[in-house]
Design a protein around this ligand. Structure first.
Ligand code: ADP
Ligand code: MG
Length: 346
């Protein structure tokens, strides 16, 4: 009754604090905000001047006096002050100041330390939250992907974000195995930058590299035919603008292959280390891919070939974690304290 009243008086919020993107879910409304996890600040005063999309536009092209930073870049908090500024900005942007401060559920990379978790919680409290619960990203992604997390049978989720890839096995409402590497979509972009320089002496920025990845990036041969595109950059010797024509096959084989292999190895390693009963369950259940990295063409195929298991891409992989925090908010009032403690990360 009391919590229903609170629900009426406040907007509970779910946040996916990702390395590349932050998404905010407001209870009963769904995802209301989706912005890059970037903060821009003045170099000398350290004063924040932009957050989110506006700050991302400054990445790589900031005037000398401003720096654009990604507070969560490698799945750890690079700088407490700027992550707090980011969290505060996003909470304040969606919290329409109802009578009671919101309850906030935040999905965090599973690799963050106890000190970092404390910092995230304190930041959210300072930004106006009445209570903060942290969900591990794989758990949030599993809930968001609609996996039967309360089931005794195991399910495997692989969440490929910007800076990290996390793999977890979930059963009986808990995480029974998890591992993460600091490799994700960002490393694919960096591999493209390095390849263009190595093969063509063409210097490109990370944003151009990301566009190449979106347009023609792939992890296995494209059944529908290989793709190609023109890329503009600067010639590393002449120093002048130059255009080069590239194909999806060369990007896959010469640039992306090694990073893709690291993701495949992480999954194989998890299968090798998990409990035998869980391995057996996965033969029926397969593996679910979430996170923006799941959108690389043919990644499901490579993982399936390497493991012999069925691999399914979650519906709307970029929104899974945020939807999971929202679904968790809906469940909160019907769960016991023990059930909540099992799901959240302490
Ligand atoms: P995080 O949870 O770390 O914030 P996201 O799940 O938001 O990360 O995914 C961001 C990553 O996904 C970025 O590296 C981005 O380039 C990549 N990405 C997004 N869409 C696509 C796509 N269509 N194809 C390939 N990669 C994509
Ligand atoms: Mg994520």
């Amino acid at each position: 009754m009391i919590s229903n009243l609170f629900g009426f008086l406040s907007n509970d919020i779910g946040i996916d604090l990702g390395t590349a993107n932050t998404l905010v879910f407001v209870k009963d409304r769904g995802i209301v905000l989706r912005e890059p996890s970037v903060v821009a600040r003045y170099k000398t005063s350290k004063k924040v001047c932009a957050v989110g999309s506006e700050a991302k536009r400054m990445l790589g092209r900031t005037p000398g006096t401003i720096e654009a930073l990604r507070p969560m870049k490698d799945g750890v908090i690079a700088d407490f002050e700027i992550s707090e500024a980011m969290l505060r900005y996003f909470i304040e942007k969606v919290d329409k100041r109802k009578l009671v401060p919101p309850r906030v559920v935040i999905a965090v990379p599973s690799g963050i330390t106890a000190v970092e978790k404390r910092a995230v919680k304190d930041s959210a409290i300072r930004a106006g939250a009445r209570e903060v619960l942290l969900l591990g990203e794989p758990m949030a992604a599993s809930i968001g992907a609609g996996l039967p997390i309360h089931d005794e049978y195991a399910n495997m989720i692989v969440d490929i974000g910007g800076g990290t890839t996390e793999v977890a096995i979930i059963s009986i409402s808990g995480v029974s195995f998890q591992r993460s590497i600091r490799v994700g979509g960002d490393e694919l972009d960096e591999a493209i930058v390095a390849y263009m320089k190595r093969a063509y002496g063409l210097l490109i920025g990370e944003r151009t590299a990301e566009e190449i990845k979106f347009s023609i990036g792939s992890a296995s041969p494209l059944d529908s035919g290989e793709l190609s595109m023109d890329v503009r950059g600067r010639d590393s010797t002449a120093g002048l603008p130059k255009t080069i024509h590239i194909t999806s096959q060369e990007i896959r084989e010469e640039a992306l292959k090694e990073v893709v292999q690291q993701i495949v190895d992480l999954v194989k390693n998890a299968l090798d280390r998990c409990q035998p009963e869980h391995s057996a369950d996965l033969i029926d259940r397969g593996i679910v891919l979430a996170g923006g990295g799941a959108l690389i063409r043919g990644l499901d195929q490579v993982i399936s070939d390497a493991t012999g298991l069925t691999v399914i891409q979650a519906e709307d992989p970029l929104s899974c974690v945020a939807n999971g925090t929202g679904e968790f908010l809906n469940l909160l009032d019907s769960l016991s304290r023990e059930q909540i403690d099992r799901l959240v990360t302490q």
